[in-house]
Design a protein around this ligand. Structure first.
Ligand code: 1CP
Length: 335
């Protein structure tokens, strides 16, 4: 069994596997080199040779226990024929929603449009670095709520969330139903091609008020979690900055939960029984070796009698020095 499966399925507390959100990409010079000659991000994700190579880059440098496939949560709206562009210095820009066209889309056309993502998963999961070394290939999707945010807002809500976001209830409900259908298809294809853990990223869960959580987070995510479980694959949820992780876990029941860096690790340890992942503030990697070691060990100490997967509390920052990243990985491995 892989170390990740040992922790998630067998609740092993003796080992601390490690992988890092956004480990493939921005902070690595070998990624920037490829990116320089591939200005179109979507096209890069759809180039299975390059996207599988990028996926494996961090595993060639560091002793990580899993690869996360180099793709993006916005490949889903792209597959649904919404225009998606990534603009330098701005982030994602999405086109208008054509709900009738989206409703008519069939499974074959969707899968065909993003097929190279699945080919890349096949390549990664059968590579010797993964297969012979007992490591996982992590597939992922954006949670329905976070995807809805991008689809309707047409850009990151970090910049601004449309004032009339919730106005068209009918449209929102139609999109949520379409997302449910195609997220399941996307998950199934990733698993069929070699992904053996699924992570659901709900990066914008923290935008919602408590009264809206059942409708937009609990119910649609529970539905997906049950679907992944039915495919005998462990599922990790990352409801970033949600007001109440305990309630989320009791209702949605993922196999493991990833915590953000605002969560008090000692408190969550008392609140939550399922395996926990992550937590360390990515900004710690911008400090010095001593601080990195101290903060990394702090998390390992707190969770030493709890099934725990080491990770950060959000993605690794682009300005991170790979040597500092390595120092963190080695601290975990030598613990
Ligand atoms: O070179 C570049 O400019 C591209 C930067 C980049 C990269 C490397 C983007 C644009 N996406 C990715 C890859 C990516 N995205 C991965 C690959 C695997 C990995 O190493 O982890 C994953 C898992 C994602 C997931 C993703 N995309 C999330 C969820 C996680 C999170 O960080 O909260 C989100 C919200 C996105 C949307 C997205 N993709 C890229 C940008 C700039 C954004 C918008 C972020 C925002 O709204 O602030």
């Amino acid at each position: 069994m892989t170390p990740l499966h040992e922790v998630i399925i067998n609740k092993n507390t003796k080992i601390n596997p490690i992988w890092i959100m956004r480990q493939a990409g921005r902070y690595l010079p070998e990624f920037r080199e490829i990116r320089k000659s591939n200005p179109n991000f979507i096209k890069l994700c759809l180039n299975e040779n390059l996207s599988s190579e990028i996926t494996l880059q961090p595993l060639k440098r560091f002793d990580l226990d899993a690869a996360i496939i180099f793709s993006d949560i916005l490949m889903l709206p792209y597959g649904l024929n919404q225009k998606v562009n990534f603009e330098k210095g701005f982030g994602p820009k999405l086109g208008e929603v054509n709900i009738d066209e989206m409703s008519r889309l069939d499974e074959v056309d969707f899968v065909q449009k993003i097929y190279p993502v699945y080919k890349a998963i096949q390549k990664v999961s059968s590579d010797n670095i993964i297969k012979n070394k007992n490591k996982n290939t992590i597939g992922f999707v954006g949670a329905p709520w976070t995807l809805l945010v991008y689809i309707i807002n047409q850009q990151s809500p970090k910049k601004n969330l449309k004032k009339d976001f919730f106005k068209n209830n009918f449209l929102i409900n139609r999109i949520l139903l379409i997302l449910e259908k195609f997220l399941k298809i996307h998950i199934k294809n990733q698993i069929d091609n070699g992904a053996n853990v699924i992570q659901i990223f709900d990066s914008w869960a923290g935008l919602l008020e408590e009264k809206d959580l059942p409708n937009f987070i609990y119910s649609p995510t529970l539905n997906l979690v049950n679907y992944v479980k039915s495919l005998n694959t462990p599922v990790i949820c990352f409801p970033r900055e949600i007001k109440n992780y305990k309630e989320f876990c009791e209702i949605v029941k993922p196999d493991a939960v990833s915590i953000d860096y605002n969560v008090d690790p000692k408190k969550i340890l008392k609140d939550i029984k399922i395996p926990i992942q992550g937590g360390l503030d990515p900004k710690i990697l911008l400090t010095d070796k001593e601080t990195i070691k101290k903060e990394t060990i702090k998390y390992l100490d707190i969770f030493k009698n709890h099934p725990y997967i080491f990770n950060l509390g959000h993605g690794v920052l682009p300005e991170t020095d790979p040597n500092m990243f390595e120092h963190m990985v080695n601290t975990v491995k030598n613990y």
